[in-house]
Design a protein around this ligand. Structure first.
Ligand SMILES: NC(=O)c1ccc[n+]([C@@H]2O[C@H](COP(=O)([O-])OP(=O)(O)OC[C@H]3O[C@@H](n4cnc5c(N)ncnc54)[C@H](OP(=O)(O)O)[C@@H]3O)[C@@H](O)[C@H]2O)c1
Length: 336
């Protein structure tokens, strides 16, 4: 059987270009003992995949190899199972996206997860509001930032996959929420659809001044998706004993040289701040709590979500480039 996969053929210099990727036809191997053959139906586009396009270890997941397929979260249907516990027709979440057929090994470091999908929970929701990026929003607020009664929350990247759920989870938990995003349309979405109390476009001026105007009483929690000027601004505006959940730093992902940290870090000393980085996979033990709460919020309408759908595996590179440049609202996913 012939399949298709997306390879990285050049390490991007700055923002990735579609020519850094190639669609390659390949023979799909038979699954061995203990393996599954999966027909992927949807895959996730994630900013961290850009980090893995740099040469060498990022201190995160291993760098992608040139002329090899990319990987990332995907859902699909089991065509052949030679693994205990999985049957033909099962829907699974696994980590071999960027291809239409995947030979998946349940004994791998990131084992596939069997999904129970129904009409109200389409399989792609496990890449969106019930998936890893949504778990990131949930644990980032409750476990990492240790959200407390009365906290004022600021989140950057507020119209994106992680940020849009941070806004809503904080609102449903009774907090004042401020969001930033990259266009007037996204700002309107964050305020009017997601329910943030205030929002600003970070391209409209100095981020520090914009944040001060949006948060005249200061903030207690900063959920950082962006780093750079946003982190610098938040450090100035955080109140005593404030907390920062260091979730991502997308403003630096295209940089080919190390990016300096904030020059005002002494605020952390002066105000007794806590800065705590995290990866969602460090909180896998919270998946059941998260899915239970999220299913309830989705069912009662207190959380809504948007998807930006890219049609076709061949369009995945263009969709990825577009997502990094801000072309998405909510979760970017590819229908394969
Ligand atoms: N720690 C974890 O386990 C974990 C898990 C998932 C994601 N993350 C991180 O969370 C962040 C958001 O990820 P996501 O999947 O939700 O992506 P996303 O927000 O849906 O998409 C990326 C967005 O980043 C914004 N952006 C791009 N360059 C920017 C810049 N220079 N300054 C400010 N904003 C910029 C763009 O929105 P605008 O139009 O608003 O600029 C773009 O739409 C990323 O940093 C990602 O690495 C961390």
């Amino acid at each position: 059987m012939t399949g298709r996969e997306i390879h990285l053929v050049a390490r991007p210099a700055g923002a990735p270009q579609p020519g850094d990727f190639a669609l390659v036809e390949t023979d799909v191997p038979e699954p061995g003992d203990g393996q599954l053959l999966v027909r992927n139906t949807w895959m996730s586009l994630d900013p961290a995949q850009r980090v893995r396009m740099h040469a060498g270890s990022s201190g995160y997941l291993p760098a992608f190899e040139l002329d090899r397929p990319l990987d990332g979260w995907a859902v699909g249907t089991v065509l052949t199972s030679r693994a205990e516990g999985f049957s033909e027709g099962d829907t699974v979440l696994h980590n071999l996206g960027w291809r239409d057929y995947a030979v998946v090994d349940p004994a791998s470091e990131r084992p596939p997860q069997l999904l129970h999908v129904d009409a109200d929970t389409p399989d792609r929701a496990y890449l969106g509001p019930l998936g890893w990026s949504a778990l990131t929003s949930y644990v980032g607020l409750f476990d990492v930032a240790e959200l407390r009664t009365g906290d004022i929350v600021f989140v950057s990247g507020a119209a994106g996959a992680v940020g849009s759920l941070v806004v809503q989870i904080a609102k449903v938990s009774g907090h004042i929420v401020i969001g930033s995003a990259g266009s007037a349309e996204k700002v309107a979405y964050v305020r009017d659809t997601l329910g943030a109390d205030a929002a600003f476009c970070y391209r409209d001026g100095d981020v520090g001044e914009l944040l001060r105007a949006a948060a005249p009483d200061g903030i207690d929690v900063y959920f950082d998706n962006v780093g750079g000027d946003h982190l610098q601004a938040a450090l100035d505006v955080l109140r005593v004993k404030g907390r920062i959940a260091l979730c991502g730093a997308i403003s630096s992902y295209n940089a080919s040289e190390p990016v300096p940290g904030p020059s005002n870090l002494f605020n952390a000393v002066a105000k007794g701040l806590t800065l705590r980085g995290f990866l969602a996979r460090m909180y896998v033990h919270r998946m059941d709590d998260f899915r239970r709460d999220m299913q309830r919020w989705l069912a009662d309408g207190s959380v809504v979500y948007a998807e930006t759908v890219i049609e076709g595996l061949d369009q995945a590179p263009a969709g990825f480039v577009d997502m990094l440049a801000g072309g998405n609202v909510g979760k970017s996913i590819v229908r394969i």
